[in-house]
Design a protein around this ligand. Structure first.
Ligand SMILES: [Ca+2]
Ligand SMILES: [Ca+2]
Length: 329
């Protein structure tokens, strides 16, 4: 009996210790969060519409690079819309190691039967299974991101709710494939988080990837996420009619019960020189009128110097031409 009580006391003591550690942790969130740090960078501060956006960063825990970390990245447009939500990793990671995880993710018909080729004007479906092998309920933010063959985010859909201990969620999401969607290999990424990164939600598990064909069986390769020795990378291209302005990257992570969040901004520049909401012949005319000039020249027009190198030349023309047809949404 005494032995039993002692065991109970020890358990109570251990629990009290755990509680106090947890409490101290939540009382001094700053010190607590410093255990885990995400550093995030973009290859440039300012991008043109056709540039590839390259994000990279490092995850450290107690000053050491985390070689098996997961980092949620949410890209938010100047209009406060989510462009994409991904989970990058900082090393080889496996779904099996996470209590809440995506066990299957594949293109399908509306009933969840596997299907790989979809025609324009029809619906694409993606089927996912999310499992909670933990002993407690978890909040679940599940999102599916579709990218075209050029690595441009095309659509992101999400659902929020909870997942009970032992529960398996069967989630089928559907998307109309418009005629503008490029033919070829497209890819979808599914992510499971506690909430959106902008609400400080952290990833439950690594992302899951599914590829499928739109209208044709032509193969293309899309490189969008990779990792090395504690570093993560995420590359993508901007959708054709992306708004210009400041984009926010919200990054979060969880590792050994520590969570962290950070933010980065990058800018998208669109050469709508006369600010009329489209890039067209009138913008080309502005560059043409100043063509060949440099700072101090009579026909110098700083607005036409799109790349900011103090001369107006073919490179400025190319920048207008490459965004030709852009319309603000
Ligand atoms: Ca214009
Ligand atoms: Ca220039």
């Amino acid at each position: 009996m005494l032995e039993h009580d002692r065991e109970k006391n020890l358990t109570a003591l251990a629990f009290a210790f755990f509680l106090s550690v947890t409490l101290i942790g939540s009382l001094i969130p700053k010190a607590y969060s410093q255990f885990l740090i995400i550093s995030i960078y973009s290859s440039k501060q300012e991008y043109y519409l056709n540039d590839e956006i390259k994000l990279y960063g490092n995850l450290t825990h107690l000053g050491q690079s985390v070689y098996d970390g997961i980092v949620a990245l949410q890209i938010i447009s100047p209009e406060n819309k989510t462009l994409t939500i991904r989970v990058a990793s900082t090393g080889p990671v496996s779904q099996e190691n996470y209590p809440v995880r995506i066990t299957q993710f594949y293109p399908s018909d509306s009933l969840g039967n596997p299907k790989t080729t979809f025609n324009k004007g029809t619906f694409l479906y993606l089927t996912a299974y999310v499992v909670n092998n933990d002993l407690i309920r978890h909040s679940l933010y599940f999102a599916v991101n579709i990218y075209d063959k050029y690595g441009k985010p095309w659509d992101v859909s999400s659902s929020t709710g909870g997942i009970e201990p032992g529960e398996t969620k069967f989630i089928v999401t559907g998307y109309p494939i418009s005629w503008e969607f490029p033919s070829g290999t497209a890819v979808a990424y599914a992510v499971a988080l506690t909430d959106e990164p902008k609400n400080n939600g952290v990833p439950h598990c690594p992302e899951a990837k599914a590829t499928f064909q739109i209208a044709t069986s032509e193969i293309s390769t899309i490189t969008t996420s990779t990792y090395k020795d504690g570093y993560f990378y995420l590359n993508f291209s901007m959708p054709t009619n992306s708004p210009s302005g400041n984009y926010t990257v919200r990054a979060t992570s969880i590792y050994q019960y520590s969570t962290t969040t950070t933010q980065l901004n990058f800018k998208i520049r669109v050469p709508d020189l006369n600010n009329d909401g489209t890039v067209d012949i009138y913008d080309l005319i502005i560059v043409s009128a100043a063509y060949g000039s440099s700072e101090g020249s009579q026909n110098w027009n700083p607005i036409a110097d799109i790349n900011g190198d103090k001369t107006i030349d073919i490179y400025d023309l190319i920048l207008v031409a490459s965004s030709f047809g852009w319309k603000s949404t």
